[in-house]
Design a protein around this ligand. Structure first.
Ligand code: NOJ
Length: 450
């Protein structure tokens, strides 16, 4: 039997792992940190599975040095993390909390010591509750406050952080948070209000880009991380590819279309009708500021073909089609081929990073010191093969961040849903690298799938 040829990645390909402050740090009330919308939401009965809170999480606040030592032992040299806005500016808008700034300086010192490059997301869903009380994403209070927060963060850390991500997954903290879809702050607003929350998030993205250009110093780069709808053609033939592309363009008009198009597409505004977002003069000058890369979080995809009427038509999987334990996460390795490819083709993006990819299961257990998450290894292998195929076809993907380094607070699913390649025992805070961590370490070391 012939051994298949290794799938080699280009030199300088960025291999990393990703986390977010609210999901791992804990220390929810330590050193001046204020309450975030998620701290508040998690206390609402029934909002989070099992009543889990973010209070302790992985206690990474106190354990980051050991965590980075483990990351370094696994040979992982790039790490995507987020800053907690409520730690840096507890009331959202005014006074800076020096203890918060000091914490992240200690954290960056440790990353430096371990030879790990930080990729820093400015906003990963933990809005200060004080800003929600003033209207949250519904109101322009947030973009105004965010502009100041972005300036503070980039000025404070710009000499040591060169890779900046503006916001994480706009759709999740706007639509899911304000249209009753199970995320903080758990509001249920009319469609016009929800569209306005998206618009305000776009303005924040623009402010983050501006802040990085103004204060980021030499070599600073910036981009958005989006979870665009990833559309997969049922067959890889011209009619299905055209249908997938048309559906991709339409479903992503409110965020990526707006950023790269310099305004809302007429078709999007027609669909919104009276619920169209209100745009203030100057908004799109910010929103469409050029960026250096696009981050894509890709877990699954929507399969589409050309229907009999010539329009895109969804192809639904049968009930026995493989899923992970997250009901929304159907296995779709080709999402990692078509997601970046369509984004590059439709928006002309020159540098794409997969800023998240991974899978969540409920039953990752440590038995006799080992966690045999074979399901995760097979998931990752099948997805990375497709990423490699995309790059062979010249899709400009420059890096890949596995979600997540550690099992953590999986939002409304609490601690039950484990996405980590490192197992965390939430009672003892004992970390145990899973089989997938050792497997991924090999991929990173070889810069190849063998
Ligand atoms: C996307 C989010 O950015 C992250 O916070 C979340 O944990 C993962 N997806 C898995 O659901």
């Amino acid at each position: 039997m012939r051994t298949p040829a290794p799938l080699r990645f280009p030199p300088n390909f960025v291999w990393g792992t990703a986390t977010a402050a609210a999901q791992i740090e804990g220390a929810a009330r330590t050193d001046g940190k204020s309450e975030s919308v998620w701290d508040r939401f998690a206390r609402r009965p029934g909002a989070v599975f099992n009543g889990d809170t973010l209070d302790i999480a992985c206690d990474h606040y106190h354990r980051f040095d050991q965590d980075f030592a483990l990351m370094a032992r696994l040979g992982i040299k790039h790490y995507r993390l987020s800053l907690a806005w409520p730690r840096l500016i507890p009331c959202g808008d005014a006074t800076i909390n020096q203890r918060g700034i000091d914490f992240y300086h200690r954290l960056f010192d440790s990353l430096e010591k371990h030879g790990i490059t930080p990729w820093v997301t400015l906003f990963h869903w933990d809005l200060p509750q004080a800003l929600e009380a003033q209207g949250g994403w519904r109101s322009r209070v947030v973009p105004e406050a965010f502009a100041r927060y972005a300036d503070v963060a980039v000025k404070a850390f710009g000499s040591r952080v060169k890779n900046w991500i503006t916001l994480n997954e706009i759709r999740c903290f706007t639509v899911h948070g304000y249209a009753g879809l199970g995320k903080a702050p758990g509001a249920a607003e009319a469609p016009g209000v929800v569209n306005q929350t998206i618009h305000h998030a776009l303005v924040c993205h623009g402010h983050a880009v501006r802040a990085v250009r103004e204060h980021g110093g030499r070599g600073a780069r910036v981009g958005l991380t989006d979870n665009c709808e990833t559309v997969i053609p049922f067959t890889e033939t011209a009619p299905d590819i055209a249908a997938a592309r048309a559906h991709f363009v339409e479903t992503n008009q409110s965020i990526l279309g707006a950023i790269y198009g310099g305004g809302y597409a007429p078709a999007y505004l027609r669909r919104c009708g009276a619920d169209r977002p209100r745009v203030t003069r100057g908004d799109f000058a910010l929103i469409s500021l050029p960026t250096d890369f696009l981050g894509l979080n890709i877990y699954t995809g929507l399969t589409v073909r050309r229907g009999k009427n010539g329009k895109p038509e969804r192809v639904l999987a049968s009930p026995s089609y493989p899923k992970t334990d997250s009901p929304w996460l159907e296995l779709a390795p080709r999402a990692l081929y078509w997601g970046p490819r369509l984004a590059a083709e439709v928006y002309g993006v020159k540098n794409i990073y997969i800023t998240e990819n991974g899978c969540g299961y409920n039953d990752d257990q440590v038995v006799k010191g080992e966690c045999q998450d074979l399901h995760r290894v097979e998931y990752l292998r099948s997805y990375l093969k497709e990423l490699h195929r995309a790059m062979q076809d010249r899709t400009p993907v420059r890096g890949y961040f596995l979600w997540s380094f550690l099992d953590n607070f999986e939002w409304a699913d609490g601690y039950t849903r484990r996405f980590g390649i490192v197992h965390n025992d939430f009672k003892t805070q004992q970390r145990t690298p899973k089989m997938s961590a050792h497997w991924y370490a090999r991929v990173v070391a070889d810069n190849a799938l063998l």
